[in-house]
Design a protein around this ligand. Structure first.
Ligand code: ADP
Ligand code: MG
Length: 321
């Protein structure tokens, strides 16, 4: 198949979305943006050998390429609508493309996101996805809204993707019964779309965790001009994590491990009750891990109420953001 046949055969499935006036096939996609809405747009690129192992299962890769982008929409509280896909492939390997599409479209259908266009080029394997979502005018969970007194929360458990990566690299032994779990967390992240939407009128700030809580929370601190105090005993560690490594290593993976794609968000005390109800409705587990303080932007770590210094990274507990 040539490039155009591949696009036609694999990338032009009709999503059924009524707001797609023109999907793949013309010079541009034409999309109906509802009145009184804002567009939320985000792009991420995954490069073979940098962001994923070149031999990664194409089904998992198709899923992940879309999932990491949807995670950004989730972190903004946006409703996903449309996606475009730029693929750079070393060759037109149809088996690979078929697998990639299976993973990509399964997730796209789950969230009712339409693939509306893209690009195909030949070269070293790389995948660029751009997602478009919408927000009611004036809404959106920015990084800049955290205020002293707010609680700091995360969804799910932290560090599992990094544990999966270390296991894959042979750096840590994970008990057999947890292998599937950590591998799924690493290769098959689930974007927290429903949680993001539920937090739209509750959280004061939010982001998704792609580089580890410590660094990512630092972005909120800088954008908001406040400090964070994290209580390490509160960090949600999975059963797999607790079975595989000592507690302090678990904290370290939770703080510095990438690829979790959970949400980190802050909530004013006055909204605490709303939070319980909203997230219970979408079935997402969440944990309060610390609080926001006034002061110079930075993240303080406390263990048993005392300042804690990370071992491996030799990061100061007052590491400035
Ligand atoms: P142009 O050269 O005008 O940019 P292309 O040949 O790159 O057009 O693409 C032709 C059509 O196919 C466009 O509508 C484009 O959006 C669509 N397309 C190309 N690659 C993909 C892809 N990977 N997924 C979905 N649509 C694609
Ligand atoms: Mg083009």
């Amino acid at each position: 198949m040539n490039e155009f046949e591949i696009i036609k055969h694999y990338f032009t499935a009709d999503s059924g979305r009524k707001d797609v006036l023109m999907g793949p096939g013309d010079d541009c996609a034409l999309l109906q943006v509802p009145p009184q809405t804002w567009l939320a747009v985000s792009t991420d690129t995954l490069v073979a050998g940098v962001h994923f192992f070149p031999d990664m299962d194409p089904v998992a890769l198709g899923h992940k390429a879309l999932a990491v982008n949807l995670s950004d929409l989730a972190a903004m509280g946006a409703d996903p609508r449309w996606v475009s896909l730029a693929l750079t492939l070393p060759s037109a390997d149809e088996g690979w493309i078929k697998g990639f599409c299976a993973g990509f479209f399964e997730l796209a259908e789950y969230y009712n996101v339409a693939l509306v266009g893209g690009d195909m080029t030949k070269g070293p394997l790389s995948i660029t996805v751009t997602v478009h979502g919408t927000l009611p005018e004036g809404k959106g969970l920015r990084r800049s809204g955290a205020r002293a007194g707010d609680g700091i929360y995360v969804t799910g458990t932290l560090g599992d993707a990094a544990l999966g990566l270390q296991q894959r690299l042979g750096q840590v032994a994970v008990p057999d019964e947890y292998l599937d779990f950590v591998r799924t967390k690493f290769e098959h992240p689930h974007p927290r779309i429903l949680a993001g939407q539920a937090l739209r009128d509750i959280a004061s700030s939010a982001l998704d965790l792609s580089d580890g809580l410590l660094g990512d929370l630092g972005h909120i601190m800088r954008a908001s001009g406040v400090r964070a105090q994290l209580e390490l005993e509160q960090l949600p560690l999975s059963e797999a994590m607790q079975a595989a490594v000592p507690e302090e290593s678990g904290w370290e993976l939770a703080l510095t491990g990438g690829d979790d794609y959970e949400l980190c968000f802050t909530v004013p005390e006055t909204h605490r009750g709303l939070l319980d109800t909203a997230l219970a409705h979408c079935g997402v587990k969440f944990t309060r891990v610390g609080r926001i303080l006034a002061g110079d932007p930075g993240v303080e770590l406390l263990a048993e109420g005392k300042p804690y210094r990370l071992q491996a990274q030799s990061w100061d507990h007052f590491r400035s953001a």
